[in-house]
Design a binder for this molecule. Sequence first.
Ligand SMILES: Cc1ncc(COP(=O)(O)O)c(C=O)c1O
Length: 418
Amino acid sequence: MTGTRRSFFTGLVAVGGASYLKSAAASTRQLAPMLAAVAGGESYWSLVKEQFPLRRGVVPMNAANLCPSPRVVAERVFELTRNLDADVSHQNREKFVGTLDESRRKVAEHLGVNAEEIALVRNTSEANNTINHGVPLKPGDEVVLWDQNHPTNNVAWDVRAARFGFTVRRGKVPRSPKDPGEILKLFADSITPQTRVLALTHVSNTSGIKLPARELCEMARRRGIYSHLDGAQSWGVLNVNLREIGCDSYSGSAHKWLMGPKEAGVLYVRKERIPELWAHTVAPGWGNKVETEAKGARKFETLGQRDDACLAAVGTAIDFHKMIGPERIEARVMELAAALKAGLAKVRGTDIITPMDPRLSAGVVIIHFSSADAKKVYDTIYAKHGIAGSAGLRLCTHIYNTMEDVELAVRAVAEAAG
Ligand SMILES: Cc1ncc(COP(=O)(O)O)c(C=O)c1O
């Protein structure tokens, strides 16, 4: 470690106590010029990796499930939690109104929308359920899903349909789609005059396929259909601008690719759609009338006592993200994923399920094996090399991974599957 790097870390360790609110911001400010001084290439990304408190020998590759957060984020949660435990008075906690609003504003800016359209919820699961619970539907109405949607945006609609009597239909994308146009046509063909909702996943957690979200939402809008996009595998990895995508709602988890605090998530609802959606939970903050006093999308986050430290740290995660740059993050994740897919494609007996085409994929990489047991490969690469993937086998590289990590993963899979 160089002298400059060491002094940066000494500075971080010294951070603590009641002065932390200021110090956390200072840490990000201190880090920015250091990163800027390293022009680029692998040394830049090695320095980025050093900002994560990874145990030596552990190589995280399960971003689709859970990401580590950089020290600045975790420290902010710790310090604000300590501060709160030291004094639970309303007076001491007043500051959390400001930190929540700051996080909301930063998330809105990050996603290219207005703060009034953002609810800070607990995760994608909750946000998806807010939508499938909230859209008014009756017998005869139809909801069109992608059969690869996560259960919270899939069977959750069946559960609602069993109660309210609407119909659920599913579009199936072929194993190897040719191009985004083929996918668009497939969903266009699934829609009927009865379709009221199109609820999709931006990037599938089971195949890694990325849908042409903008074109699909535009098609839905032209036909007066509500469009919901599950962004669990796109928020924090793709440079998402929701105004450009044009969906009516979008969900995401801060603890995935955004590398934020755990159990924090986003629900975006387009301003015009907010009044027509029912909230599933009514708690203080809502007011005492059926017509809520909660402004804009805040009506979807009246959940009683929240983890204020965690919600404040969502803003810190956005600061970290912004410091590196959303375009740069997307480009790096795509670079790593391309190298990983290219390396694994050469391993005998592997079948890369995720498209190689960057128009049809993002950071999720799924590999099947013709003869090896995927669960055994998943366990072996962790036991022998510390590579933490997801059973399946799913490997997802992020900005805390280096090209060396990718090379290691390719060697480890070849050895375990061989
Ligand atoms: C596409 C998708 N949606 C929703 C979720 C649920 O995320 P969470 O557990 O953070 O609510 C996941 C989790 O992997 C996912 O991949």
